[in-house]
Design a protein around this ligand. Structure first.
Ligand code: AMP
Length: 282
């Protein structure tokens, strides 16, 4: 695996590869890698000639500076894992390389209402920070495909929207959620759960699986109400549970109001925010 830290170096290397008609797959991450990340890299390896992974803990997308400080950083073992999985390139830039003229959040994309609710309503400035860094990374790597997880449903929908507004031919590949054997969606933040919280956290995916089952017979209003009721235990604080049009992300009440439907939730378990979702109709 080749490791690049400088924008100019990786750009030069990739432009040579592009000139040889080799295709580039890109998986942006914030490190603390787990099998969810590995699955994205595997898709990239299967579908393109050169798999590029980036690790950059983006300060501008953290509304909570404590969360940024505590975000797990495991660069040494991440490099070992990426090498073992056959990743071709790791891009590991500093904050100055990504934001040479300061942490500017003016990305210039139009998201309409897509960024206003769910994560957008609960994390001030999060999607502006996300859009800035993804824009910068896309302009550096210029990939043929960008691999993003369904796990962060709203994020990948917004990146799809960004790509429509950018002068790039990059296509987004949405990759399925990788779960622990007990159903908990894999996340870099899971290691911060206390043992008791870790056990309780399985209720989130169980609730979503049950919602999918109920969606076959009940109205979406009932499905949503039941799911919120199941998550209403004293140890949890539900930031939101929304059933939305999978493309516009608008909340809907009836299955027939959208061609694809997804139920998204974020639950705080102790100090940790856990995101999960399930596609109810595709
Ligand atoms: P992060 O490092 O958390 O920013 O995530 C980097 C990418 O990995 C994002 O596109 C995430 O959606 C994706 N990802 C994170 N967890 C999972 C998971 N459990 N399954 C699939 N993809 C994931």
């Amino acid at each position: 695996m080749l490791l690049f830290k400088k924008v100019s170096d990786i750009k030069k290397y990739l432009s040579e590869k592009r000139a040889q008609n080799l295709t580039i797959g890109f998986t942006p991450t914030m490190g603390a890698l787990h099998n969810g990340h590995v699955s994205l890299i595997n898709y990239s390896k299967e579908q393109t000639d050169i798999s590029v992974c980036s690790i950059f803990v983006n300060p501008t997308q953290f509304d909570d500076k404590k969360d940024l400080e505590k975000y797990p950083r495991t660069t040494g073992s991440d490099i070992d894992l990426l090498t073992e999985k056959g990743t071709d390139i790791l891009f590991l830039p500093s904050v100055d390389e990504i934001y040479p003229s300061g942490e500017n959040k003016a990305h210039g994309f139009t998201f309409g209402n897509m960024a206003d609710h769910m994560e957008g309503a609960h994390r001030q400035g999060h999607f502006d920070g996300m859009a800035s860094v993804v824009k910068r990374l896309l302009e550096i790597v210029e990939p043929d495909f960008i691999y993003m997880g369904q796990k962060d449903y709203q994020q990948q929908a917004l990146v799809k929207k960004m790509l429509e507004q950018m002068d790039l031919t990059t296509k987004l590949v949405r990759c399925p959620i990788v779960r622990e054997p007990d159903g908990l969606a894999m996340s870099s933040r899971n290691v911060r759960l206390k043992p008791e919280e870790r056990k309780l956290a399985t209720l989130i995916s169980k609730t979503l699986f049950k919602a999918k089952e109920e969606a076959a017979t009940l109205s979406l209003k009932e499905v949503k109400a039941n799911a919120i009721k199941r998550l209403s235990i004293p140890e949890f604080s539900v930031d939101y549970l929304e059933i939305v049009d999978a493309d516009t992300l608008y909340p809907i009440d009836n299955f027939d109001d959208a061609t694809a439907v997804v139920a998204c939730t974020t639950v705080r378990v102790g100090a940790i925010r856990l995101l999960d979702n399930i596609i109810l109709k595709d």
